[in-house]
Design a protein around this ligand. Structure first.
Ligand SMILES: [Zn+2]
Length: 379
């Protein structure tokens, strides 16, 4: 690893604006860097589905001379960043921490993943230690619903491991589970009437929705289950008994059985509130993405934790309440594991990244690639 080059790559990457659906410029930059390092690079057809100005970037670095092309080790990150994310200028503090000017996010989510992957490829290509074939997946539109990963061309995937560099937590932190994520829109219908003259004739849809919300469990339901009503819209004027009220929300659960139970419960509470109040409700559910769990004893998890320990990094496996590209890559022919990159306060203008963490992420994935070959993990 060339630490100075890694830092420069990170700063170059965050200076290129790449809001969701506008990843082309950063994609071209990455494609050039990966090609120069010896990768074959192509873009898939996902732009048709995602609406981005580019497809996902898919690159391969051939194995080192003498190493058979048996299995590919994949590394992935997403190219888009959240708002405010145009015109990012990284500022390196004397404390060794990179921040934005305070006007924008830093974009470490997820360029703290991309920069180490590019440095990994350069290092492997320059060195003479045996390494396996490396696959690089840089996705689009992760922040607006994992759209790029969902539409990823998966023709070349054969159940290989894929390290997704896209989580907070120190390098060495491994996510071994992420929940199923479901959202809903529920439209309650009552009956409009004059609020002062004939309130008896009216059925307040806001009251129906309110009773449903109170009856539904919210917040943290258990260690692995959460629920939230996120928006509410209803009514026309203070003197009209409101005829409609729409609420939208989500829940997340780790196990399919728990997911089905929570969904059925929420639906029952909403229907009950509507029916007892004399109104009705129409509920539209959407499965945003599927959850996954991996055993802490899984050989791949143990391999990462052992490698992290070898480097003196905190080796830690835990569940996450959030989703990432891994939730889709998991159902698209890869075995993804999400790794922490040290990013902090993401999705805020206080976002920061320690140079030390950027370097440790790179050291870790470099060791993963070499150890994978040495321990003949793919065989
Ligand atoms: Zn991210």
């Amino acid at each position: 690893m060339n630490a100075q080059r890694l830092l420069e790559t990170f700063c170059d990457l965050v200076r290129i604006s790449s809001p969701s659906k506008e990843e082309a410029e950063v994609a071209i930059w990455c494609a050039a860097a990966l090609k120069e390092a010896g990768c074959t690079v192509r873009f898939d057809e996902s732009a048709v589905t995602t609406g981005s100005d580019t497809g996902n970037l898919i690159a391969y670095l051939p194995p080192s001379p003498g190493v058979e092309e048996t299995a590919t080790l994949y590394f992935s990150a997403h190219m888009d960043t959240v708002n405010p994310g145009r015109g990012i200028e990284p500022i390196i503090g004397e404390d060794g921490i990179i921040r934005s000017t305070g006007e924008t996010v830093l974009g470490g989510d997820d360029k703290s993943g991309i920069a180490p992957i590019i440095e990994l490829v350069r290092t492997l290509a320059e060195g003479n230690r045996p390494h396996p074939r490396i696959g690089v997946l840089l996705s689009t539109c992760e922040e607006i619903g994992l759209l790029g990963a969902a539409a990823m061309d998966n023709a070349q995937f054969h159940d290989e491991p894929c390290f997704v560099l896209d989580a907070g937590g120190a390098p060495g932190y491994v996510i071994i589970g992420s929940p199923f994520h479901h959202t809903y829109k529920a439209t309650f219908t009552g009956k409009a009437s004059h609020a002062g003259i004939l309130p008896e004739e009216g059925i307040s849809a806001i009251m129906l929705a309110g009773k449903a919300i109170v009856a539904m469990e919210q917040g943290r339901l258990d260690a692995f289950t959460t629920a939230n009503v996120g928006t509410i819209v209803g009514g026309l004027a203070d003197n009209i008994v409101p005829e409609t009220c729409m609420i939208s929300g989500e829940f997340r659960a780790m196990e399919p059985a728990r997911r089905d139970y929570v969904q059925a419960e929420m639906e029952a509470r909403m229907r009950e509130a509507a029916a007892t109040g004399g109104g009705s409700v129409e509920i539209i559910w959407k499965a945003e993405y599927e959850g996954f769990t991996i055993s802490e004893d899984d050989p791949l998890v143990r391999f990462v934790l052992d490698t992290a320990r070898e480097l003196g990094l905190p080796a830690d496996a835990a569940f996450s309440g959030g989703g990432s590209d891994a939730n889709f890559l998991n159902s698209r022919g890869l075995r993804p594991l999400v790794l922490g990159t040290g990013m902090t306060e993401v999705h805020s203008t206080r976002e920061a990244l320690a140079i030390r963490d950027l370097e440790d992420t790179c050291r870790l994935i470099e060791a993963l690639a070499y150890n994978w070959q040495e321990q003949r993990m793919g065989l």
